[in-house]
Design a protein around this ligand. Structure first.
Ligand SMILES: Nc1ncnc2c1ncn2[C@@H]1O[C@H](COP(=O)(O)OP(=O)(O)OP(=O)(O)O)[C@@H](O)[C@H]1O
Ligand SMILES: [Mg+2]
Length: 327
C-alpha cells in the first residue's frame, strides 16, 4: 500500500532558555506520520517526547521555550507559519491530543457532556441542543454505559478509565486527522489499559486517524504501532518498522531498552528496562554522540563527533558511528 504523509516534521529544534542555560530539549528531530498509521515515540524520561508533541500543537510554554528551527508540515502547510487563531482552529479539530492524566485537561466544574458538546459548537458551529445530542452519541461510541445519564456527571464522579474514555470522546469528536496520545494509558490498571487501547484501535480503523503515540511501555508499542522512533537526549537515534526494530535493534541504546525483554514475549506488558547510568543533564550534553558515556562500545569517534541518522536496511535508520563502515 502506498504511504501518504500526513505530518512531516523536519529538523525540529525546541529549546528552553532558562536562567541556568539553554536546554536543547528537542534538537534536530525529523520524522513522518503517514495517513492511517500509528507512529510510536519511545525513550527515557526527559528525552524530549512530550516537547516534540507540544511543539506540533504549538503549545510549548514561552518563555522559556522557543521553536528555533525546522518545519512541521501538516496537510501540506507549515504549522510554524500559522497564527495563534489559525492554530486554535486546528487544535481539537484536525489535530487533537490526549494526555496521561485526564483530570488535568478535563474541566472539574463542567459536566462531561457539556465538555464534549463544546467541541461541536466551537469547531462545527452546532447549536446547544444538537451539540449535546452528538456528545451523548460520542459517549456511547467510546463505551460509556447510560450515556444520557453520564453526560450530566462531573469528571470527579467518573472512574479513571471512564474519564480517559471521555477524553478520547472529546479528542475524537471532530474526527481529527491526527491524534497525539502522550502516555494515554500509563495511569490505568492493566485491564482498563487494554480496553482503552482496543477502543483507540477501533476508532482509528473506523476513521483512518493517524496516531502519534508516546509511551514508556514497549508492550503498548508492539500492540499498537506500525513504526517507532527512539529518542535519546533530544535526538532521534533509531527509526523503523516495529517488527524490524524489535527483531534487530541497531542502536546500542535501543538494544538496551529491549535488552531485558525475552525475544518471543514482547507482546506482554513491559515497561522500559533501565540502562546503566542516567540521562545526561540537558544543560551539559556530552560532545559527540550524546549516548557515548553510557554506551558499552563507544570509541574515540563517538566522543568527538555526532553521528547523523542514516538509512540502513529496509525501513530502518540509525544514528551510530558503530554502524558505519570502517568504524
Ligand atoms: N518548561 C520547561 N522549562 C525548562 N525545561 C523544560 C521545560 N519543559 C521541558 N523541559 C526539559 O525538556 C526536556 C525534555 O522534556 P520532555 O517533557 O519532552 O521529556 P519526556 O521525554 O516527555 O519525558 P517523560 O517520559 O518524563 O514524560 C527535559 O530535559 C525537560 O527538563
Ligand atoms: Mg513526557
Amino acid at each position: 500500500m502506498e504511504q501518504q504523509p500526513l505530518l512531516k516534521v523536519t529538523n525540529l529544534k525546541t529549546h528552553f532558555f532558562t536562567d541556568d542555560g539553554v536546554v536543547p530539549a528537542v534538537d534536530g528531530v525529523s520524522f513522518t506520520v503517514n495517513v492511517g498509521e500509528t507512529l510510536a515515540i519511545v525513550g527515557e524520561s526527559g528525552s524530549g517526547k512530550s516537547v516534540t508533541s507540544t511543539s506540533i500543537l504549538r503549545l510549548v510554554p514561552s518563555p522559556p521555550g522557543r521553536i528555533i528551527d525546522g518545519s512541521i508540515i501538516f496537510e501540506d502547510t507549515d504549522l510554524l507559519g500559522k497564527t495563534e487563531d489559525e492554530m486554535q482552529r486546528i487544535r481539537g479539530d484536525r489535530i487533537s491530543m490526549i494526555f496521561q492524566e485526564p483530570m488535568t485537561s478535563l474541566n472539574p466544574v463542567h459536566r462531561v457532556g457539556e465538555q464534549i458538546a463544546e467541541a461541536y459548537r466551537l469547531h462545527r458551529g452546532m447549536d446547544k441542543h444538537e451539540a449535546m445530542q452528538r456528545a451523548v452519541r460520542m459517549l456511547e461510541r467510546v463505551g460509556i454505559p447510560s450515556p444520557e445519564k453520564r453526560a450530566g456527571d462531573f469528571p470527579h464522579q467518573l472512574s479513571g478509565g471512564m474519564r480517559q474514555r471521555v477524553m478520547i470522546a472529546i479528542a475524537l469528536s471532530c474526527r481529527p486527522a491526527l491524534l497525539i496520545a502522550d502516555e494515554p494509558t500509563t495511569a490505568l490498571d492493566v485491564t482498563i489499559q487494554a480496553q482503552i487501547l482496543d477502543l483507540m484501535r477501533k476508532l482509528q480503523e473506523e476513521s483512518r486517524t493517524s496516531i502519534l503515540l508516546i509511551t514508556h511501555d514497549l508492550g503498548v508499542v508492539a500492540e499498537m504501532a506500525d513504526r517507532v522512533i527512539v529518542m535519546y537526549a533530544g535526538k532521534v537515534v533509531e527509526e523503523g518498522d516495529v517488527a524490524a526494530i524489535f527483531k534487530n535493534p541497531l542502536h546500542p541504546y535501543t538494544r538496551g531498552l529491549l535488552g531485558s525483554i525475552p525475544r518471543l514475549d514482547w507482546r506482554r506488558r513491559t515497561i522500559l528496562p533501565s540502562i546503566e547510568g542516567v540521562v545526561p543533564n540537558p544543560l551539559e550534553f556530552p560532545t559527540g554522540c550524546r549516548f557515548n558515556p553510557r554506551c558499552p562500545d563507544a570509541g574515540a569517534k563517538c566522543r568527538e563527533s555526532e553521528p547523523a541518522l542514516k538509512e540502513m536496511t529496509g525501513s530502518q535508520k540509525v544514528a551510530c558511528w558503530l554502524m558505519e563502515r570502517g568504524c
